[in-house]
Ligand binder design. Structure first.
Ligand SMILES: Cc1cc2nc3c(=O)[nH]c(=O)nc-3n(C[C@H](O)[C@H](O)[C@H](O)COP(=O)(O)OP(=O)(O)OC[C@H]3O[C@@H](n4cnc5c(N)ncnc54)[C@H](O)[C@@H]3O)c2cc1C
Length: 447
């Protein structure tokens, strides 16, 4: 196998093959610290041709591969389990000039979400996909996980924002569909198949992304409410009243208190509330007035909300929401269960969840699309297994999904049958077997 390492080094250059334990270590653990394993070695190719050659060499030797982006995902799919060649896409960065006529941009798999957002902004356009890990999450990872985030209920998840991609298939072949034509019906949609495949069907090396326009006027509100039901009701009403509603995020009192303590922020409102909705609206002009008007008559009193359009206040309001992941992870290694429920049933689910959870839990999520992040702390591994089963079975009983925006990875693989039937699973296995007969592309993930 050192022969493999030498052959790979001949392709990418010896300095881009890391076999020393000290040099590999940073690539072998995810953001949470929960998922880690030892890679045979780490390889950092520079372009699609090098990725393809590395894959061909691994296939020839029968050695499994793990594709890796920014390591910010939570279900363990982007770190080694033991003995794989870890292919880091970090060097495939770079964002090409924006194609203004098409309203699209092509980026390397290793470019970060923030890189793409900045490129869009510099052309007077907007890339709507956004979430807290924007500075580290990569284009390849975002597509491989079909990431969602704050604006997904309005603009769709990553799948809705990808117009094309280039990828290396598990046999080392290259698929390149980067024209981004809005009308292109010539066979199976391999772009959509690769999106959300969690690195199990190939390695994404470049992507063509759809941009949009965004109002220059943006206003944000944080609203205190008595219950989840009230928050869902308000989110639904705002979606009807405000065509420019861009975010409707859900927070709870215990998480907000934790964030305030962790970031030394003062509480957002004069009184504490059980639940909070963070709403944001964008418009060509007058977003503040539009948001205030939409809220009019929906709140018990003005003291229940803070509404702002200045950058400093808006950024502070977002910290209360985006600070959750970091504040919880700073104190614990939480059991993270990311689930989706039909919006109409979200409040009933949360109520029943309270009866199932026997330990302290922090909930937050994206109210606009029924996506809840359940973070349970203070459990040992055996208790975690019991809670995972109970929560995911409850999700299935409520008609939800056990994998909303973080995917299945390693962490939820054994629960996939809860929301995918036997024929459905068989079809997915058949696709995997057709493209990756040797099972070397991110084995153990998803299926
Ligand atoms: C603070 C914080 C907030 C977050 N908020 C959100 C959120 O709101 N919405 C959301 O969806 N996610 C969120 N996430 C999770 C995470 O950022 C996303 O899942 C992101 O898409 C992962 O990208 P990555 O580059 O870090 O991928 P990695 O973690 O490196 O990999 C993720 C998966 O994709 C595969 N993969 C990576 N690159 C490629 C490639 N080029 N080709 C093929 N497969 C590849 C890996 O094998 C793995 O299975 C958050 C994470 C953090 C830390």
């Amino acid at each position: 196998v050192s022969g493999l390492q030498d052959a790979v080094a001949a392709v990418v250059g010896a300095s881009h093959v890391l076999a020393d334990p000290g040099l590999k270590a940073g690539y072998e653990v995810d953001w949470t610290g929960r998922h880690r394993g030892e890679a045979r070695f780490v390889v950092r190719p520079a372009d699609t041709a090098e990725v393809a050659e590395v894959v061909r060499l691994c296939v020839r030797e029968g050695v499994p591969i793990v594709p890796q982006g920014g390591r910010t995902s939570f279900v363990g799919g982007g770190v080694p389990r033991g003995g794989e060649v870890l292919v880091s896409l970090a060097r495939l960065g770079g964002v090409e000039p924006v194609d203004e006529a098409a309203g699209q941009v092509t980026a390397g798999a290793g470019a970060t979400l923030a890189d793409v957002q900045a490129a869009a902004r510099s052309a007077g356009l907007f890339f709507p996909l956004d979430f807290g890990a924007r500075d580290a999450a990569t284009v390849g990872g975002v597509l491989a996980t079909n990431a969602g985030g704050n604006r997904a209920f309005r603009h769709g998840m990553a799948r809705a924002l990808v117009a094309g991609l280039e990828a290396v298939l598990p046999d080392g072949g290259v698929v390149s569909r980067l024209a981004g034509l809005p009308k292109d019906n010539a066979g199976y949609d391999l772009v959509q198949l690769l999106a959300g495949s969690e690195g199990t069907l190939g390695i994404i090396t470049r992507a063509r992304l759809r941009l949009t326009t965004h109002g220059a006027s943006v206003a944000t509100a944080l609203i205190g409410l008595p219950s989840t039901a009230a928050a869902v009701e308000l989110s639904t009403a705002l979606q009807r009243r405000l065509p420019g509603l861009d975010a409707a995020e859900l927070l709870y009192a215990n998480g907000l208190e934790l964030v305030c303590a962790h970031e030394r922020l003062r509480p957002p409102l004069p009184h504490s509330h059980a639940v909070y909705l963070l709403a944001e609206a964008a418009a060509p002009e007058g977003a503040l007035e539009a948001l205030a008007e939409a809220l009019d008559g929906l709140l018990p009193s003005p003291e229940h909300a803070v509404v702002a359009d200045d950058t400093a206040t808006r950024e502070r309001l977002w910290r209360y929401r985006e600070g959750h992941t970091e504040a919880v992870s700073a104190r614990w290694t939480p059991l993270k269960l990311d689930v989706a429920l039909p919006v109409a049933g979200l409040a009933a689910f949360v109520e029943e969840l309270g009866r199932v959870l026997t330990a302290e839990a922090f909930l937050w999520g994206h109210a606009g699309d029924g996506n809840l992040h359940v973070n349970v702390v203070g459990l040992d591994r055996e208790q975690e297994a019991g809670i995972t089963r109970a929560v995911l079975e409850l999700v299935a009983a409520h008609g939800g999904s056990i994998g909303a925006e973080h995917g299945i990875g390693i962490a939820k693989r054994e629960w996939l049958h809860l929301t995918r039937g036997p024929d459905d699973l068989a079809a997915m296995r058949a696709v995997k077997a057709a493209l990756d007969p040797a099972g070397l592309m991110n084995p153990g993930v998803l299926l």
